[in-house]
Unconditional design. Structure first.
Length: 483
């Protein structure tokens, strides 16, 4: 790549038709750069190149795919500090989290490197004599990947790695807020010995490049992570073309804090799950449903924990909560705090913009108490360092509140009771349930996804990703008698 050539299309780095400015949300005077935006023609060029490259990649075989994915993963892990710094600078998560994210992205690639070797099918007896049946997984073809800014390297990694592992070509449109992380990941992938056009990075706005990509009949499958609103539009576009689609969207993850829990552990897990990553996680704990007998004690300790977090520049030593990603996200967050208060919630701490040495989008983590589950702050995903306390008089009521949501991504319970924990695992309508753990924080080798408005289509990650990135073919063979 040369400077100002940020698009990787048909095996070449290219300039776009315009650029967008990328600034550090921890320090608005820090200009990271201007990033190219692709034209409609460039997007089409990427799709055509992907179509040509895909069969070549599939034919190259499992050892080749294994080696390429392993090399990408190994390099990501080795460069976690450097790439983590790019993430911290442009997205605003503390440096340690940026490093951790990059390392995790590497693990997705090394995991799927090994998965290349496990692409095994089934053999079946036929009900008709003299016929053999085998069932194999084949690539779906050209996969469009649309990813968000909150995990700008890990989220695309958990999509690109299985897409390539199972023999597909990729056209990736990352979020326009985090182009530098996208270019860093793309440089590693593009440097590998892969057919030109197998992997394409197409930067551009969601409304233009994103929309055109998901509406294209040249796409065989779409994997999206982002907001529910955009997800609905993508689902409609996919259905119109009969394109396979998989989506992971928002949530209002509940955490039940029961009267028999380890209170210190509950406070630590709830605070980390609510405010880690500045609350900008689809797995953030945003509804804390607390048993009334321990509610006030828990609230007091949670407020102390929230106030103790060090909010500041993502690259500064000791920072635990970085800035909010953008001005519009910050304005939305502050509006949610006001909305909560207007609907009758009590603001126990935070919820305001805070000043630091550098001009950035800093916000003090907020705890809203006395909330009801029907309030806006408990219905809509805020993606903010804001959490809401809801009182419940017993476990059954707490579970019923937790399940009263259009979403169902992750859910947690803090309890020492085996029967409550077991009942919760079985009866909480969510894709991931956590017992005595935060709602955020998942492994890379097992499925991830949710129910209701949180997810659509088959699961991501682990072996389950094969369902989306492959198409199953059943072959019937009548060999006949030898001459
Ligand atoms: P979006 O859903 O708008 O963006 C996610 C991705 O989709 C980005 O790459 C975006 O591009 C792209 N996109 C936007 N519009 C279209 C479109 N019409 N067709 C195709 N692609 C499109 O989320 P935002 O980044 O705007 O965040 C808004 C809210 O979404 C957050 O406050 C949060 O509630 C939720 N969100 C949830 C995430 C999750 O992990 N569940 C992740 C991110 C956001 P571009 O960035 O260029 O607009």
């Amino acid at each position: 790549m040369t400077q100002n050539q940020h698009l990787h299309i048909a095996g070449r780095w290219q300039s776009g038709i315009s650029t967008v400015e990328n600034r550090n949300p921890s320090d608005l005077s820090d200009l990271i750069g201007h990033y190219d935006q692709a034209s409609a023609e460039q997007l089409d060029q990427a799709l055509d190149a992907a179509r040509e490259a895909q069969p070549v990649w599939w034919a190259a075989g499992i050892q080749k795919r294994h080696d390429v994915l392993m090399a990408i993963g190994t390099e990501l892990m080795a460069r976690a500090g450097e790439i983590g710094r790019i993430i911290a600078r442009e997205e605003g998560k503390p440096l340690a989290e940026g490093k951790g994210e990059t390392y995790r992205a590497g693990q997705f690639f090394t995991y799927y490197a090994a998965e290349c070797l496990r692409n095994q099918g089934d053999l079946a007896e036929s009900v008709r004599p003299g016929i053999e049946i085998d069932v194999r997984r084949e690539p779906v073809g050209v996969v469009a990947i649309v990813s968000p800014w909150n995990f700008p390297v890990a989220t695309p990694a958990w999509k690109i790695a299985p897409a390539l592992a199972f023999g597909n070509a990729v056209v990736w449109k990352p979020a326009n807020l985090t182009p530098a992380s996208a270019v860093a990941l793309a440089e590693i992938i593009a440097r590998q010995d892969i057919p030109p056009g197998l992997f394409n990075l197409v930067l551009g706005s969601g409304r233009e490049v994103g929309q055109r990509l998901v509406e294209s009949p040249k796409v065989d499958a779409i994997s999206f992570t982002g907001s529910v609103g955009v997800g609905r539009g993508i689902a409609a576009a996919a259905v119109a073309n009969m394109t396979k689609v998989q989506m992971e969207m928002g949530s209002k993850n509940p955490m039940l804090i029961m009267d028999d829990c380890d209170l210190d552990l509950a406070v630590t897990h709830a605070a980390n799950a609510a405010f880690g990553g500045t609350g900008q996680k689809c797995t953030a704990a945003s509804r804390l449903i607390v048993h009334s007998t321990i509610h006030d004690q828990f609230a007091e300790r949670l407020v102390a924990a929230a106030k103790a977090f060090k909010v500041g520049h993502a690259l500064q030593d000791g920072t635990q909560i970085g800035p909010v990603v953008s001005e519009s996200q910050l304005a939305q967050n502050l509006a949610y705090v006001e909305k909560g208060r207007a609907e009758g919630a009590e603001l126990l701490c935070g919820g305001d913009r805070v000043e630091r040495e550098t001009q950035g989008y800093f916000m003090a983590p907020a705890v809203l108490a006395g909330t009801r589950n029907d309030m806006t702050v408990n219905r809509e995903e805020m993606f903010a360092p804001i959490t809401c306390l809801i009182k419940a008089d017993n476990y059954a009521e707490a579970l019923s509140i937790a399940n009263d949501s259009q979403f169902g991504l992750t859910a947690g319970i803090m309890t020492r009771s085996l029967s409550r924990a077991s009942h919760f695992r079985a009866n909480m309508r969510a894709g991931c349930v956590m017992v005595n753990l935060p709602t955020a924080g998942t492994d890379y080798h097992v499925p991830f996804g949710g129910r209701g408005a949180s997810s659509f289509g088959s699961r991501e990650q682990g072996r389950y990703a094969a369902e989306f990135y492959t198409s199953v073919k059943t072959a019937y063979v009548a060999a006949g008698a030898p001459e």
